[in-house]
Design a protein around this ligand. Sequence first.
Ligand SMILES: C[S@@+](CC[C@H](N)C(=O)[O-])C[C@H]1O[C@@H](n2cnc3c(N)ncnc32)[C@H](O)[C@@H]1O
Length: 211
Amino acid sequence: MRSSSTLELDEIKKIYAGYSNIYDFLFKRFFYPRQKHVISSLAIHPGEKILDVGVGTGLSLPVYPRFAQVVGIDISSKMLQEAAKKIQKYRLSHVSLFEMDASRLAFADDSFDYVIAAHVVTVVPDPVAVLAEIKRVTKREGRIIIINHFQSTNPVLAKVEEWITPLCKRMGWRSDLSLEDLVTRADLQVDHVFRLSKLDPWKVIFAANNK
Ligand SMILES: C[S@@+](CC[C@H](N)C(=O)[O-])C[C@H]1O[C@@H](n2cnc3c(N)ncnc32)[C@H](O)[C@@H]1O
């Protein structure tokens, strides 16, 4: 599902290396409340395994329960360095980090009970390939959770989001990814879609693993 809207891996690494030490200052106030709400709502049981895809600076990491086993992966070593600082700061011995491409996950099939991708599917070059990998490593009865902004279903706003895509690309994401299109192409079995508030630009998607 590559298009002219997508970024290439080298560009992504360069852009997010640039963001790494200002990312929390710029984005925490927008992203963290939703991550906290969603992760806190999960019925995670002791010993369950969770994969946080594109974990970035690890904003979400302090929210996961300490009785779970949490793995965070990211393509950017600089973003991971910031996540490693949070592991130290909050003594998160239940969390491990790996530098890894989300479209080629180095985990066995059916490894995780929950896989979460927050603000990632509009950053990766091929979101369908990433979702195929997410489905592969998630257990059959596991849950897939996506948090992201998607292209508006309002035709005027959608057009504006197409126009601003070149600008957004320079900032490290695309603004024209349609949720409906992604769900169809990735063959996702969506159970529930919601926003934290009526005008929230970000959506939360809960999916079953229909592989
Ligand atoms: C907008 S940030 C989101 C970070 C974090 N999930 C959050 O919500 O704050 C996007 C992250 O995706 C990572 N990323 C982009 N492409 C990736 C890929 N192919 N594999 C793994 N991580 C990737 C970037 O390095 C960056 O850390």
